[in-house]
Ligand binder design. Structure first.
Ligand SMILES: N[C@@H]1[C@@H](O)[C@H](O)[C@@H](COP(=O)(O)O)O[C@@H]1O
Length: 242
């Protein structure tokens, strides 16, 4: 694991974006796994800036989002598709047909999870996977539990996660109870993982994830097994890792 600690949030975003841009430069047809949440917003801004400055094109890039809420159609303002459209897709030249995200509005979620996993298998090893971590240690929506799934699956969100994520919704009741998420195995197949986390609220879970034992109760700890993991943190998030 290559850990880099930055003083300034903008520097984390730039360094993480540079790592993604490097992948696209060496392979314009790169496949990229994408994550949502507040953490990668700055990284997406830096990718947009690089695109606007003519430094990188997404024309031949293919993207695979790691998760989506169940019951929310793509055009729902709280869907992860809409989030990605706002922060990245509408601002770069990635073709719509190259964008992949589980369909949360599917009437058969289990079948949709299987379909998405088949797409991932067809794509093979993703060139880079962008990831962050939830306060309870979840990666994507792989929630803490005694067992973890390797492949894309339907998950029941924990009440903790629904509460944390309710900030984006008008009320807790509006937060979906289920989601479709790539499994830890699907994410771990990527050639490189660009992991970012910011802020003191994440410090304790990051210590458990990166210094503790590999434990399904801390899904992020599985990342320790990845051979090419880049971790970008600010000083407060890295408090117990220095
Ligand atoms: N499914 C996403 C995760 O992919 C993300 O890493 C996490 C942290 O979000 P934030 O970056 O806002 O702390 O929350 C969400 O639930």
């Amino acid at each position: 694991m290559k850990l880099t600690v930055f003083k300034n949030e903008k520097d984390i975003d730039q360094a993480a974006a540079d790592s993604v841009i490097e992948v696209i430069k060496s392979n314009p047809e790169a496949t990229i796994g994408l994550a949502t949440g507040q953490t990668p917003v700055g990284l997406y801004q830096k990718l947009v800036q690089a695109h606007q400055n003519g430094k990188v094109s997404f024309k031949q890039v293919t993207t695979y989002n790691i998760d989506e809420y169940a019951g929310l159609a793509k055009d729902h303002p709280q869907s992860f598709y809409d989030f990605m459209k706002t922060h990245l897709f509408s601002k770069v030249d990635v073709p719509e047909e190259n964008i992949h995200i589980p369909d949360g509005a599917s009437s058969d979620l289990e079948a949709e999870a299987e379909r998405y996993e088949a797409e991932l298998e067809k794509a093979g090893q993703l060139d880079v996977q962008i990831l962050s971590i939830g306060l309870n240690g979840h990666i994507g929506f792989n929630e803490p539990g005694h067992t973890l799934h390797a492949e894309t699956h339907v998950v029941t969100l924990t009440e903790d996660t629904r509460e944390v994520n309710s900030q984006a919704f008008s009320s807790l009741e509006d937060v979906p109870k289920k989601a479709i998420t790539m499994g830890i195995g699907s994410m771990m197949k990527a050639k490189k993982i660009v992991f970012i986390a910011k802020g003191e609220a994440k410090a304790s879970i990051l210590k458990q994830a990166f210094k503790g034992p590999i434990d399904p109760l801390v899904p992020g700890s599985l990342l320790q097994l990845h051979p090419n993991l880049e971790v970008y943190l600010d000083e407060s998030a890295a408090e117990y890792l220095k």
